[in-house]
Design a protein around this ligand. Structure first.
Ligand SMILES: NC(=O)c1ccc[n+]([C@@H]2O[C@H](COP(=O)([O-])OP(=O)(O)OC[C@H]3O[C@@H](n4cnc5c(N)ncnc54)[C@H](OP(=O)(O)O)[C@@H]3O)[C@@H](O)[C@H]2O)c1
Length: 298
C-alpha cells in the first residue's frame, strides 16, 4: 500500500501523522511505512506543472488531500491562489488519481452552505457559499465529482482545531491569559471538530471494505464533533476547562465585522458517515478536554 497524505504541516496532516506514528490505532493490514506525508516543499499545489511532475515519479493506491488554502479572510483578497489550490489543484489530483487507479479522500467544509437553514444540513442540501473560500471549496467538490465519479470520498467538516498550528482554541487560550475580557461572536452556530477525531475517521474509512471495493460511487459525507454551539459558548468552555478568569462578552457578527462573511448556522447531519462507515462521533466537550490536556503537556 502506498498512501499519500498532502498538507503534512497542517492541523489534519499532523493529526494523521500522530496516529500513524503512534502505531496503536493502525489496523493490522496498514503499516506506518505505507504512508508518505508531503508538504508544500515536496508537492506544491500552486502549480499544475509541479503536480504533474511529482506524480510522474510517484505512484499511489490512496491519496488523502489535507492541503488547502484555509485562510477564510485572506481568500477574499487572494481569490486566484485560493482557487488554484482548492479547485484547480484538486481537479488535477483527481485526474492523476484516475490514471494511477488510486482512491482519493478529500476534505471540504461546512462553508459551502449559506447557514440560513434551521435544521442540520444533509449532504444533499443545496449549497450556496457566501464567501470566496467557500466558493473555491465548492468548486473543488464539484470538479472532483465530475472528473472522478467513482472511487473518491469528500468529507465536509467544520470548526477544526487541534494542538497544532493556528486555531480558535489556541488563540482564545492565549488571549484569555493576556486579557480580562474578550468579545466573541454568539450568533454563528456550528460544531467544533477535533482534528484527531477526523484523522481517526479517515483512517477507519481507508480500511473499510466499502471504500476499498472497486466501483464505489464518489460520495459526500458530513463529519464534525457532536453538538452545536456558538463561538461564544466554545470560548467559555475553553476558559472553564483551563480555569481562566476572563470575561467572555457575546457580540453579534455585525458588531465584529470580518473581511469574509460567515454563515449563521452550519450544523451538519452526520447519519450517512455513521451508517456507511460505522464512524463514531465524539461529543465536542470531551474532545476539547482531550486536546486541552495535550496542549497543557506541551
Ligand atoms: N480549519 C478549519 O476550521 C476547517 C473547517 C472546515 C474544513 N476545513 C478543511 O479541512 C482541511 C484541513 O484543514 P486544516 O485546518 O488542517 O488546514 P491547515 O492547518 O491550514 O493546513 C493546510 C495545509 O495546506 C498546505 N498548503 C497550502 N497551500 C499549499 C500549496 N500551494 N501546496 C501544498 N500545500 C499547501 C499548507 O502548507 P503550509 O504549512 O506550507 O502553509 C498547510 O500545511 C482543509 O481542506 C480545509 O479546507 C478546515
Amino acid at each position: 500500500m502506498r498512501i499519500l497524505v498532502t498538507g503534512k504541516n497542517g492541523q489534519l496532516g499532523k493529526s494523521i501523522q500522530k496516529i500513524v506514528n503512534a502505531d496503536t490505532k493502525i489496523e493490522n493490514n496498514l503499516s506506518p511505512n505505507d504512508f508518505i506525508f508531503v508538504g508544500r516543499g515536496d508537492l506544491d499545489l500552486g502549480s499544475e506543472r509541479n503536480i504533474s511532475h511529482y506524480f510522474k515519479n510517484n505512484k499511489f493506491d490512496i491519496i488523502i488531500n489535507c492541503a488547502a488554502f484555509t485562510q477564510v479572510d485572506k481568500a477574499e483578497q487572494e481569490v486566484e491562489l485560493a482557487n488554484q489550490i482548492n479547485y484547480l489543484a484538486l481537479k488535477k489530483l483527481a485526474s492523476l488519481a484516475i490514471n494511477q487507479k488510486a482512491r482519493l479522500i478529500h476534505i471540504s467544509t461546512d462553508y459551502v452552505f449559506d447557514g440560513e437553514s434551521n435544521k442540520p444540513y444533509m449532504e444533499t442540501d443545496t449549497t450556496n457559499p457566501i464567501n470566496a473560500y467557500g466558493k473555491t471549496k465548492l468548486a473543488g467538490e464539484q470538479a472532483l465529482q465530475e472528473v472522478m465519479p467513482m472511487n473518491a470520498v469528500i468529507i465536509r467538516t467544520s470548526w477544526l482545531y487541534s494542538e497544532y498550528g493556528n486555531n480558535f482554541v489556541k488563540n482564545v487560550l492565549r488571549l484569555g491569559k493576556e486579557r480580562n475580557e474578550l468579545n466573541i461572536v454568539s450568533d454563528q452556530i456550528g460544531s467544533p471538530t477535533y482534528a484527531t477525531d477526523l484523522a481517526d475517521a479517515i483512517l477507519e474509512i481507508i480500511e473499510h471494505k466499502k471504500f476499498r471495493d472497486e466501483g464505489q460511487m464518489t460520495q459526500i459525507y458530513h463529519y464534525s464533533g457532536e453538538g452545536e454551539i456558538s463561538w461564544h459558548e466554545f470560548a467559555k468552555e475553553i476558559f472553564k476547562i483551563e480555569k481562566i478568569e476572563c470575561e467572555v462578552n457575546p457580540v453579534t457578527s455585525q458588531q465584529y465585522p470580518m473581511p469574509a462573511k460567515r454563515p449563521r448556522n452550519t450544523s451538519m447531519n452526520k447519519d450517512k458517515i455513521i451508517e456507511i462507515f460505522n464512524i463514531k462521533i465524539s461529543n465536542w466537550k470531551s474532545s476539547l478536554n482531550t486536546c486541552m490536556k495535550i496542549l497543557k503537556q506541551k
